[in-house]
Ligand binder design. Structure first.
Ligand code: UDP
Length: 241
């Protein structure tokens, strides 16, 4: 469907992120879900940003199911909301820091407190900011001063990933990741689905029930399913099935 997704396990993704955070500036981690794939189909600039990422996580169960159905045996879902705190904790264990950017004012501070208390992370700074160009100088000053190993950006998709791609060179941070609602979860502002629901593959339904205003965004799901079916039919006819 035009978007690269890496079929990694959670442990492989964590190890790769810690390696990237130790490397040169500019590695971008994206969290691909069906909405991303549908948006990328309409916006080639967003598609190129996703495909240029250092690591593209199978963030949603729909992506994992689709890959398997199209013949690529993805091992598991790797949710950014699980991986980001683990990366922050892994960096904290070796004395390295993260910077939390975005979410509503006050949320990143609460998220930082949770990351430090529950995951052993070290937060070098937090700032609500915004993806508007006018805010960039202030953000850049704060981030450069903090010099974190990783920058988590919660501006919502696709804005957060377009923003990271655009400003990556100017920030000088080794690992940057768009984290969507993760800071809200860590801050206790939103609740994730219970683990049993996550494991059954229905976290998307949980979010639709809890956040019904998301229905418009979730219209991407039937569009994604239709595109996957078309792709499978194309694959079968090209193999003469
Ligand atoms: N957000 C922000 N600035 C913006 C748009 C969004 O800080 O201009 C934040 C919002 O407060 C939330 C996060 O971006 O904390 C992502 O929210 P969303 O519901 O889009 O997350 P997702 O569904 O992608 O996990």
């Amino acid at each position: 469907l035009g978007v690269r997704v890496d079929g990694v396990t959670f442990d492989e993704a964590l190890a790769r992120c810690l390696e990237l955070a130790d490397g040169p500036p500019g590695s971008h981690v994206v969290t691909v879900n069906p909405e991303f794939v549908v948006a990328a189909g309409r916006d080639p600039a967003f598609r190129d940003v996703l495909n240029a990422a250092a690591l593209a996580l199978p963030d949603a169960v729909g992506v994992v199911w689709a890959a398997r159905w199209l013949g690529v045996p993805f091992p598991e879902r790797v949710a950014g909301a699980d991986l980001a705190p683990a990366v922050a904790g892994g960096l904290g264990a070796v004395g390295r820091t993260v910077f939390l950017l975005g979410a509503a004012p006050g949320v990143a501070e609460l998220a930082a407190a949770t990351l430090e208390a529950d995951y052993g992370a070290r937060c070098a700074g937090t700032y609500a900011g915004s993806p508007r160009g006018a805010d960039f100088d202030e953000i850049a000053t704060r981030v450069r001063q903090a010099a974190p190993a990783a920058l988590f950006v919660a501006f919502g998709a696709p804005a957060q990933d377009l923003w990271i791609h655009r400003y990556s060179d100017a920030l000088g941070v080794p690992l940057m990741m768009g984290v969507g609602g993760t800071l809200d979860f860590l801050a206790g502002r939103r609740r994730r689905a219970p683990r049993t629901i996550q494991r059954a593959g229905f976290e998307w339904l949980w979010r639709l029930v809890l956040e019904p205003w998301r229905w418009r965004r979730q219209l991407a799901l039937p569009r994604f399913a239709a595109a996957v079916c078309m792709q499978r039919l194309r694959g079968q006819s090209s193999r003469g099935v």
